[in-house]
Ligand binder design. Structure first.
Ligand code: GRF
Length: 205
């Protein structure tokens, strides 16, 4: 049976994209990464992907009239590559409705906090400033709101008294690299459905 094709969207370092690619190669995720898209030509993750023979595309938002036009171009590249599931991995743009509707219930994001706490650009810094003793990461389905869709997977990470933003981010990132492949493996191997806001695994009783 042909494997599910995943498209990964990045804007920078791409370490979560790397963890997904590796997990596809080892068979942990029953899928292949068919396309890596970046909105930034200088994203470090792009070079890593190219070096490994992955198909990549750069579609800069600056070259499009508006967000929807940009998103339509990305969707078209993903569809042409046969992509069925989309993983946002440090992709620093909010998706518009045409994008979300092109892959209904099949777009994932990872965020470095235990949502719904600390959404937004600085999840780790905001958690530290609030003084929480536990933070972590969240893999969730993407909807129109930032860091908002139904939660697929979460992983708790203790916050140390000596942690600064860099130390906490690095510790959370290690768990992100486990959580994203784990979430994908579950979604692609086990029946699931969304009940209200809850992602429920297993056949309905
Ligand atoms: C990660 O912390 C992820 O949770 C957040 O952006 C960061 C991306 O890192 N959405 P990388 O590009 O995957 O290394």
């Amino acid at each position: 049976m042909p494997k599910t094709k995943i498209g990964v969207l990045i804007s920078g370092r791409g370490s979560n994209m790397m963890s997904i690619v590796r997990a596809c190669k080892t068979g942990e995720i029953p899928a292949d990464v068919a396309l890596v898209v970046s909105n930034k030509a200088d994203a470090a993750g792009l070079e890593w992907a190219r070096d490994r023979g992955l198909t990549t595309a750069v579609l800069s938002h600056k070259e499009f009239h508006d967000r929807e036009d940009h998103d339509r171009a990305i969707v078209s590249a993903l569809v042409t590559a046969g992509v069925e599931w989309v993983c946002l991995a440090g992709y620093m743009r909010l998706l518009s409705r045409p994008f979300i509707e092109a892959f209904p219930g099949r777009i994932l994001n990872i965020h470095p906090s235990l949502l719904p706490s600390f959404p937004g650009l600085h999840g780790q810094r905001d958690a530290l400033e609030w003084g929480v003793k536990v933070s972590g990461c969240t893999v969730h389905l993407v909807d129109l709101e930032l860091d908002h869709g139904p939660i697929v997977e979460q992983c708790a990470v203790a916050v140390g008294d000596d942690d600064d933003e860099e130390a906490l981010s690095a510790r959370i990132l290690e768990h992100e690299h486990q959580a994203y492949p784990r979430a994908l493996r579950k979604l692609l191997s086990v029946p699931w459905r969304v009940v209200g806001r809850r992602v429920v695994f297993g056949k309905p009783r």
